[in-house]
Design a protein around this ligand. Sequence first.
Ligand SMILES: [Zn+2]
Ligand SMILES: [Zn+2]
Length: 302
Amino acid sequence: MPDRFLSSMIISYKGRNILVDCGEGTQVAMRKAHTGFKATDIICITHFHGDHIFGLPGLLLTIGNSGRIEPITIIGPIGLRDILDAFLTSIPYLPYDINLIEDPKVGLGFKIFGNVLQVRDKNSYAEDEIIISTLDLEHSSPCLGYSFYIPRRPKFLPEKAIEYGIPKEKWSILQSGKAIVYKGNTYRPSQMLGKKRRGIKLSYITDTRPIDEIVGFIEESNFFVCEGTYGDSGDIEKAIENKHMTFREAAELAFKGKVDRLLLTHFSPAMEDPNTYIKHAKTIFENTIIGYDGYTEVLSYE
Ligand SMILES: [Zn+2]
Ligand SMILES: [Zn+2]
């Protein structure tokens, strides 16, 4: 649409970027938002309908032209390898490798290795910086929902360290997560830590019917991005037939999942101004935002 590009999201974390979906024109939107291309470490694809992937070949080429040589991780549902092979016939050379993860069934822990967000080796003991989880959705094509979780370490309790008689100069070692040996005794960081703290959770659900499994998957997200293909609750028949959702249905998920805030996106081109229908969502879930091009949000630890 002239004033509305296709739905896509970019997460910026410590200068590294994770892109979710890449419809036609996503690289134009990225240019407008000054995200850059070189730091695109992970691309998550929800499904293979054109409005979610037709921008991928062009973007991969642009990332190549940005001087990137580090590998990129691409995650997507079953069939990802075939789609990518087809796209790559028109891009015979890319200066970086692609690490493909098709239909992951377990959460993937990522950490910055060599300045790039890469999936953690099972044998490495490093703590995960971002955990990406997926959920099978109900759409007219295999489709994945995503959640992104940034864990937060528990607080270091100096009073505990004092209790154990550990000198101050040793505290930073414990704080960094390593055990120390002092006067013949081993002390573990877990002995000096407070209770668990809430990390940052962001979830992204599109395209799908509002299946029950979504509620647990998005639970207590700080920010929940969800499709609202139809604004008018009267369009429910169309939503069921085309395996999409109305604003009301998305708001019900947000309410049941006890999220902090809901951002609606993926509007039908037939809907000229989605704001007209916001009350269909707000009567169910007050903290609803109608997404628009370039919408930016900063999420921090509480
Ligand atoms: Zn679709
Ligand atoms: Zn779509």
